[in-house]
Design a protein around this ligand. Structure first.
Ligand code: AMP
Ligand code: MG
Length: 349
């Protein structure tokens, strides 16, 4: 009798063990000069390993095709533009460039991926961008401002790309990570994976949930170690942040961050961090850069880009939130955010 009871308890424990909660499996690899973390919920080890390999390949392909200064599809296109020649482009290349054209136009060209020569002048299109070097001369910047290349100069017709301005140099650093994350999520969905996060150096897109709980993500504080805020994600959403702490060099005691205002030719200085929440990662990435550049004008540019979830941190530390972002973000500490209406936003603050 006693033995039978013990056996039953033993079997019951075994069953509880078998029914334990599904696991989150994680994989890491490097691309775009940063770490990529993939979290997959409720998949077995073989599927997880196979998926991570597929994503690693996808990221590596995108990085190789769109690298701005190592030989790539992009450098071939840029060489043709500077020589004033037409160049044939594949359908997927045309799609990416046309998306960049639309986003650039919507942002009133504050997101300006045709400004590669300007990023180069500042030394950000080279591997040693962080080393101390003098800023560009005023005459070089004025020369760029006179030519003022934008994505409107690029035309693609019947698979052939031409530029009406040979000063255009394409550089997709401000949205290639978003594009790669969208590509990764598409691949995950095609493989039947519906609960995952693809995180590229803190910028990410999440799908599904973590069992009964949502995915909860943190946003880095631009001036302190640790987090500024957290967001519980709902289904398929992307969170991208542009900050002045990510890439910069110092010269003569001055700091020069990597996001350049195409209106002035100098680094944008009216924000320290901008976070955008949007379904699509490419759009969130381009918009975070554009709104960082926009500074004071961010509500107007956000409206023009149809972005309604924004958190911006001012150089004095003031946090500004759009009303719809206020509903989503949980600030850490006792910050008192200002609620700033985006034109399109119909909700009340
Ligand atoms: P992100 O970190 O996404 O804001 O992208 C910044 C990177 O995009 C920089 O390192 C530059 O290569 C490039 N970039 C800088 N300023 C701009 C701009 N106004 N528009 C488009 N790309 C930019
Ligand atoms: Mg960006």
């Amino acid at each position: 009798m006693k033995l039978t009871r013990l056996l039953c308890i033993g079997i019951a424990l075994l069953l509880v063990g078998c029914e334990s909660e599904p696991q989150t499996r994680q994989g890491k690899f490097y691309a775009f000069g940063t770490e990529i973390d993939v979290s997959l919920y409720d998949v077995n080890e073989d599927v997880a390993n196979n998926t991570i390999t597929i994503l690693e390949e996808a990221f590596s392909n995108i990085n190789n095709s769109w690298h701005a200064w190592q030989p790539s599809t992009l450098t071939t296109i840029n060489a043709a533009i500077s020589e004033g020649k037409a160049i044939a482009v594949e359908e997927d290349t045309a799609q990416l460039i046309n998306l960049a054209k639309t986003l650039a136009r919507d942002s009133q060209h504050l997101f300006n991926p045709a400004a590669g020569k300007l990023f180069e002048l500042w030394g950000f299109h080279q591997d040693n961008w962080f080393e101390s070097h003098p800023p560009p001369s005023e005459s070089d910047i004025n020369n760029w401002l006179t030519q003022r290349p934008t994505m409107d100069d690029i035309h693609i017709t019947n698979g052939e790309l031409t530029s009406s301005n040979s000063f255009v140099k394409l550089g997709f650093g401000a949205f290639a990570k978003g594009f790669a994350v969208d590509t990764a999520i598409k691949a995950l969905k095609q493989h039947g994976i519906n609960n995952a996060i693809v995180n590229i150096g803190g910028d990410l897109r999440a799908i599904g949930s973590h069992g009964q709980r949502p995915w909860i993500i943190g946003i880095r504080h631009p001036r302190q170690s640790g987090m500024l805020a957290s967001i519980a994600l709902k289904g398929d959403e992307s969170v991208f942040t542009s900050g002045d702490y990510e890439r910069f060099f110092q010269y003569d005691g001055k700091r020069y961050p990597h996001i350049i205002d195409p209106r002035t030719g100098y680094p944008a200085a009216q924000a320290t961090s901008v976070t955008v929440l949007h379904a699509n990662a490419s759009i969130a990435d381009a918009a975070a850069t554009a709104l960082f550049v926009a500074g004071d004008d961010w509500p107007t540019i956000a409206a023009a880009m149809q972005i309604d979830r924004v958190m911006l941190v001012r150089p004095d530390g003031q946090i500004e939130l759009s009303p719809l972002m206020k509903d989503r973000v949980r600030l850490i500490g006792n910050a008192k955010p200002a609620i700033i209406r985006v034109l399109k936003d119909s909700s009340t603050s």
